[in-house]
Ligand binder design. Structure first.
Ligand SMILES: Cc1cc2nc3c(=O)[nH]c(=O)nc-3n(C[C@H](O)[C@H](O)[C@H](O)COP(=O)(O)O)c2cc1C
Length: 369
């Protein structure tokens, strides 16, 4: 009944045992708990886990590819995940938050004058000037770092990488943020240059490794970074020529997180498979595998999208948080036992925003007040 979901796939040279991927999800958990949680997701039967927001430069608050401790963590993670026959992918990202610009808001946040909800738009206001003013030598250093980070990721046991097309790639892509007058700004070709250089840096260092690209699509008024739908015919072929082997297609960020992680009552993206129309456009521009994401919870619906060839695989974040056993239950003919995600965002996005770690309303313990 779910033959396509359960069938294997050649994903840029890597064999996935089925079509279900754990979408990049920063869980905000302590390392031991993180290992346990991701091990649990792998044991639930998905074919690959994408680890969200792995920094391409040294530093940051999450395990770094550049330190012994970070390498040891990722090696332990790879062991846990591989034991379940699951693949591991590193989402390589560079933040576009301007650290110095952020400092001015610290007193306001500490004294409670600025709430977390108010902080996000304030930080977003800094992205344009930061991206526009970043010296070209610094830009080169960052795009090269995607190659270095990819090599380190493979050393740590990752099977492949995803270049995060939102964040810095996304803000360079967007005419709303990028007002540069050099070769990185202006035309869509120039705005694609940062992403193309980042992908090329990986391809140069690792000629054989599959490179997924998280293609963040902008549909005004939703999303501010990323690529407008009418610009996709420029971006997709350039990225493919640079070495991308698959596309993970979703809505662009830098607006409201409830747009990219939409609740069921979202005015535009409340439906099952809410971002699949963007996949249709990408599908028309490339023969590479296309991965859909966004509100995918219903096995029948997912099977139909895969079977019809609309997408090649289905990534899920909140659904696999709600029930990591979704793939296993589907393959065992027990789909009716799935705890379906109701996209309430209460403890997943809610937990993340409250800095309490990502959880789910279905969890009995660890109540979030
Ligand atoms: C708690 C949480 C954390 C997320 N972290 C990331 C991340 O680190 N990188 C990323 O590209 N997307 C991240 N996402 C977005 C998901 O990958 C996905 O695109 C989005 O949740 C829509 O899919 P879904 O309906 O299956 O949840 C996150 C989503 C959630 C709920």
């Amino acid at each position: 009944m779910y033959d396509t979901i359960n069938s294997s796939l050649d994903y840029g040279g890597l064999t996935l045992k089925n079509r279900i991927i754990f979408a990049p999800t920063s869980l905000g958990l302590p390392r031991r708990e993180l290992l346990e949680r991701l091990g649990r997701v792998a044991a639930g039967g998905c074919a690959m886990i994408i680890i969200g927001d792995v920094p391409v430069l040294p530093g940051g608050f999450v395990p770094s590819l550049y330190t012994d401790k970070g390498q040891a963590f990722y090696r332990a993670l790879a062991d846990v995940v591989h034991r379940e026959g699951c693949r591991l992918c590193a989402q390589l990202h560079q933040s576009d938050s301007h650290f110095k610009g952020m400092l001015r808001y610290v007193p306001g946040v500490l004294t409670g004058r600025i709430s977390r909800e108010e902080l996000r738009p304030l930080l977003n206001q800094q992205v344009g000037p930061y991206i526009t003013g970043l010296p070209a030598e610094k830009v080169k250093e960052i795009t090269e770092a995607f190659g270095t980070a990819a090599e380190l990721a493979l050393q740590a046991g990752f099977d492949m990488v995803q270049v995060h097309g939102d964040r810095m790639c996304g803000s360079f892509s967007s005419a709303l943020f990028n007002h540069r007058t050099d070769g990185y700004g202006g035309s869509p070709e120039n705005r694609a240059r940062f992403a193309v250089e980042a992908v090329s840096a990986v391809r140069r260092r690792l000629p054989e490794v599959p490179i997924d690209y998280k293609l963040a699509v902008r549909r005004p008024p939703y999303g501010k970074a990323g690529v407008l739908e009418e610009e996709l015919p420029v971006f997709v072929p350039l990225l493919e020529a640079a070495g991308v082997t698959s596309f993970h297609v979703t809505l662009a960020d830098h607006g409201d997180l409830r747009d990219t992680i939409p609740p069921k009552d979202h005015p535009a993206f409340g439906a099952e498979g809410c971002f699949l129309p963007f996949c249709d456009q990408v599908r028309g521009l490339t023969r590479l595998p296309v991965c859909g994401v966004g509100g995918l919870t219903d096995p029948g619906f997912v099977e139909e999208q895969l079977r019809s060839g609309r997408i090649d695989c289905a990534a899920m974040s909140r659904q696999l948080i709600a029930d990591p056993d979704w793939p296993r239950k589907v393959s065992a003919g027990r789909a009716e036992e799935i705890r379906r995600c109701i996209r309430c965002n209460k403890k997943c996005l809610g937990g993340m925003m409250a800095h309490q770690g990502v959880h789910c309303i279905y969890e009995e313990r660890k109540e979030i007040k």
